[in-house]
Design a protein around this ligand. Structure first.
Ligand code: SF4
Ligand code: SF4
Ligand code: FES
Length: 249
């Protein structure tokens, strides 16, 4: 079954732009990315959009649909009514390059600022041993597809460009938490999270968790435990010392 759907798609570049109205065919079983592709094929051949897998796994088709951060390829048209006007706009937190394509290099910069896994110097690859429970704890975080929807929705940077320098966002605070929970990681992740990556900015609103297409419990399983670890260390030096000794052992 087909119908004529109504869309408002943002067109423009880093100097400005506007929403443009389109009426276009929608077929049963389609997702919003199908409609964007049909627009390119029939009405707007120069419409810029980033995508790769159309399977919710590459994380590149992130945009905002009716103002909410979503993957274009995982948003089914059947979730809207036929008479609804659907807006498709670029991620608001990052600078627009053109149309639906934003410059997400902020995220790559923050990723580079997180030091890599730091195992004890006397252990060689193949000699690492850890409990299954520790493997499972970080497994959830490894599902991240780096779509940056959580980064887009986080109010700390969404409307506050000035916070970007001192706040790395939920995706990278989660990465630091993952490393801190690793029993063989010897780096000082708690100090790093608090002082260099702005963990204190997070007021655990859980908005990042709500938009994650991988359903990672970013706030409950990464950010809150990380805050607790930082507080333990700050207010209980015995805990900090104990952690260090245990890691060495
Ligand atoms: S829980 Fe923290 S990181 Fe997540 S959206 Fe809220 S303030 Fe941002
Ligand atoms: S944590 Fe979830 S929302 Fe954030 S980048 Fe990874 S997959 Fe996307
Ligand atoms: S195209 Fe890969 S996640 Fe949407």
């Amino acid at each position: 079954m087909s119908y004529q759907g109504k869309f408002r798609v943002w067109r423009g570049d880093d100097e400005g732009g506007e929403l443009q109205d389109f009426t276009i065919e929608v077929n049963e079983g389609e997702v919003v990315l199908d409609i964007i592709h049909r627009l390119q094929a029939t009405q707007a051949p120069d419409l810029a959009v980033r995508w790769n897998c159309k399977a919710g796994k590459c994380g590149s088709c992130s945009a905002e649909i009716n103002g909410k951060p979503k993957l274009l390829c995982m948003t089914r048209m059947s979730t809207f009514t036929e008479d609804e006007v659907i807006s498709v706009t670029p991620l608001r937190t990052f600078p627009v390059m053109r149309d639906l394509v934003t410059d997400v290099s902020y995220n790559y910069q923050k990723a580079r600022e997180v030091p890599a896994f730091a195992p004890p110097a006397d252990l060689k690859p193949g000699e690492y041993r850890m409990q299954q429970i520790d493997v499972e704890r970080s497994q959830e975080f490894r599902k991240c597809i780096e779509c940056f929807l959580c980064q887009d929705t986080c109010h700390v940077i969404r409307d506050h460009e000035e916070n970007k320098e001192s706040f790395s966002g939920p995706r990278f605070l989660m990465r630091i938490a993952e490393l801190d929970m690793h029993p063989l990681d010897a780096a000082d992740r708690q100090h790093e999270a608090q002082d260099k990556h702005g963990l204190g900015f997070c007021n655990i609103t859980k908005c990042c968790t709500e938009v994650c297409p991988e359903h990672i419990k970013i706030t409950d399983n990464a950010l809150i435990p990380m805050k607790e670890r930082v507080a333990d260390r700050k207010y209980d030096p015995v805990v900090w010392l104990g952690n260090k000794i245990r890691r060495r052992a």
